[in-house]
Ligand binder design. Structure first.
Ligand SMILES: [Zn+2]
Length: 467
């Protein structure tokens, strides 16, 4: 019998400062009213006495914050160079290359060149990677509480038609002015809220992945107490405190931005995304590969895709663990497929993806595949501790009805149609979501036990989920 894995996991919530001290790349994170006016001081403290600030902004974010930041830096006597992208650029790698060339062609004799990202998620990711390519530490002046990636040590960028996370150094300093956050469009705050809500299923999947590791499954990971405390211990408090962010409430926005920043610090500390993302993000990655847009052609935000992914992952987890006696039944005549069948299924499921994306999925399917003997051992391990793992997961999982009510309060999308998918399309994405990451989740557990399709059929037939 394996000891009850959650026995020591009731850690106290950590403060933003505690979490920041665990991060090894970000030194300063200021989230408060008029934080923009503190930028000159932060820059001098973190980057040297006379930094040359290369401010990069987007069309809208320059008006919202970039201009004020530029003025604050100039009036503090700092040299400022400026690049403003057109409004609403995509996180395309071509922008990184262009910016990287601009940084390289902008030598500074006066002091160190410091890229300054004045924008939301996309501007930050583009600047982060371009700064990394030039070996320059950078400063992030965030304009919306929209995403968990500001403080992550990676940038999500579109490369050869496929959204990929490129490694890069997190910002050395971050400033988020709550008055600026409050003026951002409401859908950006609800996106950030959905991304934060996704940490609930990231946590329950980590409980499953820890067990999977003990039984020898690939893609598993032991729970790290500190990373767990950073992302999970104060999560429900943070969600409750942030629920009015989309209404422009400054204290809710402060709570939301701080909690999102902490998830990046957990990634810096843990050197992986395991503490902050799992099945709910796999749904989102599938829709990113599909280039999911709204009817007017605007891309669906990362956070709104994660919101629907979190509802689906929660529904799937509830249905999978519905019976205290054991997992759902496997369909009659079920036979575990071999690797060639599995690869053929993945190639078919991703037939419309780019060749690069498909190759990466096939590689992942191979990494995840277990030979029959190993699969038998992993399945037996889970069946032996069914009640224990079920209790541990359900104790952490926010019940679907409560999650839906919380997301509704935060003005998040609640139905597949809200992200321009049919309910059936959204549910069917679970099959592809299970294939794309070698990161053990509830989707893998159901697949390994042979009841994946049973759970999916129950989800489709349910009158409750994603309605
Ligand atoms: Zn995310």
């Amino acid at each position: 019998m394996i000891p009850y894995i959650m026995a020591n996991r009731k850690c106290a919530a950590l403060s933003l400062e505690d979490c920041l001290s665990a991060a090894d790349e970000t030194e300063v994170c200021v989230v408060r009213e008029n934080a923009l006016e503190e930028a000159p001081e932060i820059l001098r403290d973190c980057f040297g006495a006379d930094p040359v600030c290369f401010v990069v902004s987007g069309g809208y974010t320059y008006e919202a914050a970039g201009k004020r930041l530029e003025e604050a830096l100039k009036s503090a006597g700092l040299e400022v160079r400026l690049h403003v992208f057109p409004p609403c650029i995509h996180a395309d790698y071509a922008h990184v290359e262009a910016l990287s060339r601009l940084f390289a062609a902008s030598p500074s004799e006066r002091g160190p060149l410091v890229p300054v990202a004045a924008g939301s998620g996309t501007i930050n990711d583009v600047v982060k990677r371009a700064a990394f390519e030039q070996g320059l530490p950078y400063f992030c002046a965030a304009t919306a509480a929209s995403v968990d990636g500001y403080t992550a040590n990676g940038a999500a960028l579109l490369y050869e038609g496929f959204k990929q996370t490129f490694p890069c150094t997190a910002p050395r300093a971050v400033a988020a002015d709550t008055k600026v956050l409050a003026r951002a469009p409401a859908y950006l705050a609800s996106s950030g809220f959905g991304d934060l809500a996704g940490k609930i299923t990231a946590g329950t999947d980590w409980i499953i992945a820890e067990k999977a590791g003990r039984f020898g499954a690939p893609g598993a990971a032991p729970i790290d107490e500190k990373a767990w405390a950073m992302t999970q211990s104060g999560l429900m408090d943070a969600l409750n405190a942030s629920a009015d962010a989309a209404k422009g409430d400054c204290s809710a926005l402060e709570a939301l931005f701080s909690a999102l920043a902490v998830t990046g610090f957990a990634m810096q500390y843990h050197k992986s995304s395991r503490p902050v993302s799992s099945a709910e993000h796999s749904f989102s990655h599938v829709w990113e590969m599909d280039g999911l847009t709204m009817q007017d052609g605007a891309p669906v935000t990362h956070g709104h895709k994660v919101t629907i992914g979190t509802l689906l992952a929660t529904a799937f987890t509830e249905l999978f663990f519905a019976d205290s006696a054991g997992p759902p039944e496997t369909p009659r005549g079920f036979a575990r497929p071999g690797l060639p069948e599995r690869e053929a299924a993945a190639a078919g499921a991703f037939s419309r993806a780019s060749a690069t994306a498909r190759d990466l999925v096939l590689k992942t399917v191979g990494e995840k595949f277990m030979e029959p003997e190993r699969a038998k051992q992993v399945n037996a391990g889970f069946l032996d501790c069914w009640q224990e793992i079920r209790s541990a997961v359900l104790e952490r999982l926010l019940p679907y009805g409560e999650l839906r009510a919380l997301l509704k309060r935060a003005a998040c999308p609640l139905a597949a149609e809200a992200i321009n998918l049919s309910r059936t399309q959204a549910i069917a994405a679970a099959r592809r979501a299970q294939m794309i990451r070698n990161k053990y989740s509830v989707l893998d557990l159901a697949w390994d036990l042979g009841c994946f399709e049973t759970v999916l059929a129950a989800l489709e037939d349910s009158g409750q989920y994603l309605r």
